[in-house]
Design a protein around this ligand. Structure first.
Ligand SMILES: *Cc1c(COP(=O)(O)O)cnc(C)c1O
Ligand SMILES: [Zn+2]
Length: 420
């Protein structure tokens, strides 16, 4: 199904073939998947892709998939919709939303990365898959492991949102809650991966996993009519998604599937965990690790593995990075829901709040084509909204009771804040 690809060191260029490994032993830099682009150019076209089913596997030639791979889930190809009402609020004109809040099977973009990682886990002969997670990856690994017949071990920080804990356990995965930060969980997983022959999707399978994120970029380009946007705004945790959307756009240009264009990349973080945006704003090339404290738990990685490359993608493109406070995250979740009918999780609040700042600062011009990446679903982080909505007292099931209720509702339009 796929073409030739292999692992290559991002710094020294040494080739490593295909194996469960994420670091170059020569120079300790991260590995990534490279393809035979010259061979691909003749074999891939827009028309051919457009004829395939609407899911992420339509870009199979640009994914590291084993020869005998047959996808079992139609993951990806989420809607790209224009957002006129949100645009008005932000002072934008040509604003679109890439809505991975409805990605299948577990309602975040992590379904894409896991789908690719498990394809390789199978070909490497693992019977157990695992991950360290801030929540969404846990859900995606647990669900897809169940479907594909792997055992799953999931390692998470103990303070995760209850919906993300439950949304892991329900699939029968073995959940290990760690009394520590995500960065401590991740370090532990690296040690476990050295001891046990398990396929850790974001540790020893990380180069393959990360390629799944490219499909967000492929889809944005195809859904814009095989054109690249002027700007994308992307939430950042480990910093992988933003670098892979850039890789996707670069590959489409290399293969002649879109016209060359300098897309600007804008990173979004929560102020309570903003190692990448802090570095960008301070013109630093390296990350200074932070201790996270934010309601945006899915983004709470204080020492991002791809931070260095995320900084490069942002500054090298002429983009910028911003961060928003917890109250701004909540307001932004509400704004997106009220204006466009999309209920996103805290990470999406980070993206929308950051976009607002970027328009205010004049870093994004209103008439440029801009895509906001909404990466997860609000039903998983309802905790963030606790206390923001009061349930009215119930009324009797009588028309007179309703008429009284209506009268009161119309007469007293008191918003919650005003009465507080
Ligand atoms: C993991 C995650 C991100 C960020 O992904 P990275 O590739 O680690 O930067 C963004 N949004 C949501 C909802 C996530 O779960
Ligand atoms: Zn190297």
């Amino acid at each position: 199904m796929s073409t030739s690809y292999e692992l290559r060191c991002r710094e020294c260029g040494k080739l490593w073939g295909n194996q469960p490994r994420s670091i170059c032993e020569g120079c300790f830099s991260p590995l990534e998947v490279t393809y035979d682009y010259d061979g691909l150019r003749a074999r891939i076209s827009r028309e051919q892709i457009a004829r395939r089913p609407p899911n992420m596997w339509r870009y199979a030639e640009l994914l590291p998939l084993p020869k005998d791979f047959h996808p079992s889930l139609p993951t990806g190809f989420t809607p790209l919709i224009s957002a006129p009402h949100l645009a008005k609020e932000l002072g934008a004109k040509r604003l679109s939303i890439k809505n991975d809040a409805v990605c299948l099977p577990t309602l975040s973009f992590k379904d894409r990365v896991v789908a690719v990682a498990l394809a390789q886990a199978r070909s490497f002969g693992f019977d157990t898959v695992a991950c360290s997670s801030t929540g969404n990856l846990a859900n995606a690994v647990a669900a897809q492991a169940a479907r594909e017949g792997f055992k799953a071990w999931i390692f998470v920080p103990a303070d995760l949102e209850p919906a993300k804990v439950l949304g892991t356990q329900v699939y029968g995965a073995q959940l290990v809650r760690i009394a520590g930060s995500y960065d401590q969980v991740n370090r532990l997983c690296s040690q476990i991966a050295d001891e046990h022959r398990w396929g850790f999707v974001n540790v020893n399978l990380r180069p393959y996993y990360a390629e799944g994120s490219k499909t967000v970029g492929f889809e944005i380009a195809e859904q814009l009519g095989w054109r690249l946007p002027d700007n994308v705004v992307v939430p950042m945790a480990g910093g992988s998604l933003i670098t892979k959307i850039k890789k996707a756009f670069d590959e489409l240009i290399t293969l002649g599937l879109v016209e060359k264009k300098q897309v600007r990349f804008f990173g979004a973080q929560a102020t309570g965990c903003s190692p990448i945006s802090t570095a960008v704003k301070g013109a630093q090339e390296e990350i200074l690790p932070q201790r996270p404290s934010t309601i945006a738990r899915s983004l709470a990685i204080g020492n991002p593995a791809d931070g260095h490359y995320a900084i490069r993608a942002i500054t090298g493109s002429g983009g910028w990075s911003e961060d928003v406070s917890d109250p701004e995250i909540v307001e932004s979740i509400q704004l997106l829901a009220e204006r466009e009918g999309i209920f996103t999780e805290t990470a999406g609040g980070v993206t929308v709040g950051t976009a607002r700042k970027l328009y205010q600062q004049g870093r994004i011009a209103p008439d440029e084509t801009t895509v906001l990446c909404i990466t997860g679903n609000g039903l998983k982080t309802t905790d963030a909204l606790v206390g923001h909505y009061e349930a009215e007292e119930p009324i009797a099931p009588k028309i007179t009771a309703f008429e009284t209720f209506l009268q009161n509702a119309l007469e007293v339009p008191a918003p919650v804040e005003a009465s507080a």
